[in-house]
Design a protein around this ligand. Structure first.
Ligand code: AQP
Length: 332
């Protein structure tokens, strides 16, 4: 049976990129009759320094973001990574399966470690092995993510294949990345060549799920664009990354295809299109931010949801880890 797994780091506030590339698609996928496991990957977050109080607050806020985006904690399993020790336990096995060279080739490692790799945490290098464990400890078959995670998912497949080969078993599934929709790569509002990211130093580069209506409208109004009007077909956006980004965002928020958006707005100036996009963004995001505020006002309830979720997660993960230990030759 198909099983979906995906995770988000509680390493800062949620952005429109996280919403369109991940949360909204998670919510949409719930009704397709598959079991979904969604995780606040707090152990990934600490691969770069996190203030403990901020980590706790961001984990609860992220959980509220999932629920406010439509992920139902009864239908789906919703929990934080550190409460299910099987992730870390399987990650150790995978640390011994994966090769140093594989890890050092990852673009996220190169980007985040910077020039002075000697000073980056060992966890940052090993990150993709923990991510493989997150997925494979549930024998998940489908992983909905944004485009930026594609390389890590290929590594997850490599780890599964090498484990199966090394031990002569057919145990871990070869996972399929699910990267689809109009907004698998939402770009910065200031620079169409960079992805929208919660860690970008400029707040104007992103829309946060906690931004109020005026802030959202202002950020869209000030978003970088070129002076041309919108083209009359999607190919006309090929060399216009900023314009394409705004059209993609519109399409994803409105549940339309890019072609449909272009058909509706062909020939429009950004002076007309941006206010329409701002209205749409506010209409879609304001209910989410209001619901997030309501939910985070009761941290005990959020903690209870995560605890229940982690119990359900462990029911799946625990026998898979036990079987892995047996395959590897650990005496139990
Ligand atoms: N700009 C984006 N467009 C589409 N999808 C995106 N995702 C992130 N940014 C975009 C997707 O959101 C999920 C969770 O991401 P994450 O928080 O685990 O890691 P990240 O990709 O490192 O997110 P950020 O916002 O870019 O954080 P920082 O700034 O800390 O690196 C994933 O499915 C991701 O694809």
């Amino acid at each position: 049976t198909p099983r979906v797994f995906s995770g988000i780091q509680p390493s800062g506030g949620l952005t429109l990129g996280n919403y369109l590339g991940a949360l909204k698609r998670f919510a949409d996928s719930q009704d397709q009759g598959v079991q979904s496991v969604f995780c606040m990957v707090d152990m990934h977050a600490i691969t770069v320094w996190q203030d403990p109080e901020a980590l706790r607050r961001q984990t609860r806020e992220l959980t509220a973001g999932f629920i406010a985006s439509g992920v139902d904690p009864e239908k789906s399993i919703l929990f934080n990574q550190s409460q299910v020790a099987e992730h870390a336990q399987l990650a150790w096995i995978f640390n011994c399966v994966a090769r140093m060279g594989w890890m050092q080739r990852m673009t996220q490692w190169k980007d985040k470690a910077g020039k002075n790799t000697q000073n980056a945490s060992l966890g940052l290098l090993a990150y993709p092995a923990l991510m493989a464990a997150d997925i494979l400890v549930y024998h998940a078959t489908h992983v909905p993510v944004g485009e930026d995670q594609k390389q890590h998912l290929e590594l997850t497949r490599d780890i599964a294949i090498k484990f199966n080969n090394d031990y002569g078993v057919d145990f871990f599934p070869v996972t399929e990345p699910v990267i689809e929709g109009a907004a698998t790569r939402v770009m910065s509002l200031r620079d169409g060549s960079k992805k929208m990211s919660k860690s970008d130093p400029s707040d104007m580069s992103r829309i946060n799920l906690t931004d109020d209506a005026d802030t959202i409208a202002q950020k869209i109004r000030k978003a970088r664009t070129d002076p041309e009007p919108l083209p009359d077909n999607a190919e006309g956006l090929a060399e216009r990354p900023e314009a394409r980004n705004l059209v993609n965002i519109y399409a994803a928020l409105a549940d339309l295809t890019v072609d449909q958006v272009i058909a509706e707005h062909a020939g429009q100036q950004f002076g007309t299109f941006k206010p329409a996009l701002a209205d749409l963004a506010v209409a879609k995001l304001e209910p989410i931010s209001t619901e997030m505020k309501r939910l985070t006002a009761d941290p005990a309830e959020i903690d209870a949801i995560l605890r229940r979720g982690s119990e359900r997660a462990r029911e799946i993960a625990s026998p898979i880890l036990a079987k892995t230990y047996e395959i590897v030759g650990m005496v139990r």
